[in-house]
Design a protein around this ligand. Structure first.
Ligand code: SAH
Ligand code: MG
Length: 209
């Protein structure tokens, strides 16, 4: 990875350990040059978007970075992953969009990372574009996670990549839903695992059904 971009990614706020971020970047480099776009669900402050966006730049495509920027359940006040300074005091709600925008700007990736600000299933209902890569890292509750799978996985093109974050086979390490999505993908018979780094799983859709 471009060392300057790697420094930006590591300095950015968010939930992506360096080794998993690099694996994310390396997987994204496997998409066809000048092909279909990539999409991530769950951008938060833009950390994973730098790892993916750097690869989008290298492969002459773009990353759509989808988030309503109001935080997941686990980011709300009183929950484990709440960061109080991300609350907009006038609105009284989390707003990660300004931080996201700044992160992408400072990394020089604005031409390659396009923010989609909205609710994942609502945007998905109107989406019609095949994806070279889908990265699922949005709401981690059972309902939002499975809904993201239902909404977006059908858009992964033949030979395309499905990346899932926070996959923990051992319940002691974290919540179940991302692991359930991973099993769903494998059980569907359409995806084969290519790589596992930490809690990141890289799967590829078969070229023929
Ligand atoms: N990939 C990020 C971390 C994502 S945290 C990183 O590298 O740091 C999960 C994100 O999913 C939060 O920012 C939250 O706002 C978003 N999210 C949760 N449910 C969503 C939904 N229904 N629609 C859009 N975004 C959602
Ligand atoms: Mg995550």
């Amino acid at each position: 990875m471009d060392p300057a971009l790697q420094r930006h990614a590591e300095a950015a706020r968010g939930f992506m350990p360096p080794d998993e971020g690099l694996a994310l970047h390396d997987a994204a480099l496997l998409v066809p040059d000048g092909g279909s776009p990539m999409l991530e669900i769950g951008s938060y402050c833009g950390k994973s978007a730098i790892y993916l966006g750097a690869a989008a730049r290298a492969r002459h495509t773009v990353l759509f970075a989808l988030d309503h920027h109001r935080g997941s359940e686990e980011n709300q006040p009183g929950w484990e992953w709440h960061e109080p300074d991300l609350v907009d005091p006038e609105v009284g709600r989390i707003d990660t969009l300004p931080r996201f925008r700044r992160t992408v700007h400072d990394a020089g990736l604005e031409p390659h990372v396009i923010a989609l600000v909205g609710d994942s299933p609502t945007v998905g209902r109107h989406w019609r574009t095949p994806l070279a890569l889908l990265f699922i890292d949005g709401g981690h509750g059972a309902e939002p996670a499975h809904r993201d799978y239902d909404t977006w996985v059908p858009w992964v093109e033949p030979g395309g990549l499905l990346l899932i974050h926070d996959v923990f086979p051992d319940p002691a390490d974290g919540g179940r839903p991302p692991y359930e999505l991973y099993l769903r993908a494998l059980d569907s018979g359409s995806f084969a695992e290519e790589r596992a780094v930490g809690s990141l799983r890289v799967l590829r859709r078969a070229t023929r059904p």
